[in-house]
Design a protein around this ligand. Structure first.
Ligand code: C5P
Length: 226
């Protein structure tokens, strides 16, 4: 039978959303990227002038903001539209200012509680490919298929760097690498829902593999995925 719910986890730039989108397309499922929610909260925190160390303020805001995700209405390479209190923030949440702070904010228990609840609700509807850090372990522990995508830091930094350059951002490779490294470190060492493979996840190392090659393996894992 075709898995009804699929969880994809892994470190930053391991290809989770690229693979997740393609898998969801193939199955006619909803693709849901949970990283977007933590990014949107972080953007809201910055805009509200709340300090990232102000756990109380950050947590309150996380419960107050309204995050919406819908299929893309603009063809500029986006995988979805992200709305923060009704405003299109699809690209704003990918800015370095957000990226620098997101891991700190997503380590807060109250922030995770708010986001996890929304994600579980979406997961329960089924026919979903959900990607993040704690989907197989916390958000959808009963997912029918769990994939943990991994790749070396250098390879992920190279992919990420290429992506940013293509998007026209002026970045330095060393900074991209350092940013990923720091985020992974915080994400994997936090107390609540750290980044780690679920016991029953299939770990796929994608070093040296093209998107098509990774997809082929994912489709093999998901025999009836077509
Ligand atoms: O996946 P993405 O790089 O967009 O995620 C941004 C950040 O959001 C991660 O570095 C992590 O701190 C947080 N995140 C999380 N749990 C998830 C998804 C993302 O803590 N399920």
């Amino acid at each position: 039978t075709i898995p009804n719910s699929i969880a994809i986890d892994g470190p930053a730039s391991s290809g989770k959303s690229t693979i997740g989108v393609r898998l969801a397309e193939r199955l006619g499922y909803l693709f849901f990227d949970t990283g977007i929610m933590y990014r949107a909260v972080t953007l809201a925190v910055i805009r509200a002038g709340i300090g990232v160390d102000d756990e109380e303020g950050v947590t309150q805001l996380a419960h107050r903001v309204h995050i919406d995700v819908r299929p893309p209405t603009v063809a500029d390479g986006r995988k979805e539209d992200v709305l923060l209190d009704g405003e299109d923030v699809t690209w704003a949440i990918r800015e370095p200012e957000v990226e620098k702070r997101v891991s700190k904010i997503s380590a807060y228990a109250g922030v995770r509680r708010a986001m996890t609840e929304l994600q579980r609700r979406i997961g329960k509807r089924g026919r979903v490919v959900m990607v993040g850090r704690d989907i197989g372990t916390v958000v959808m522990p009963d997912a029918d298929l769990k994939i943990f995508l991994d790749a070396s830091l250098e390879e992920r930094a190279r992919r990420r760097f290429r992506e940013l350059i293509q998007r026209g951002e002026a970045v330095r490779f060393e900074d991209v690498l350092a940013g990923l490294k720091q985020r992974d470190q915080i994400d994997s060492s936090r107390e609540i829902a750290p980044l780690k493979p679920a016991d029953d996840a299939v770990i796929l190392n994608t070093d040296g593999l093209s998107v098509e090659e990774v997809l082929k393996r994912v489709f093999e894992l998901c025999k009836d995925c077509g």
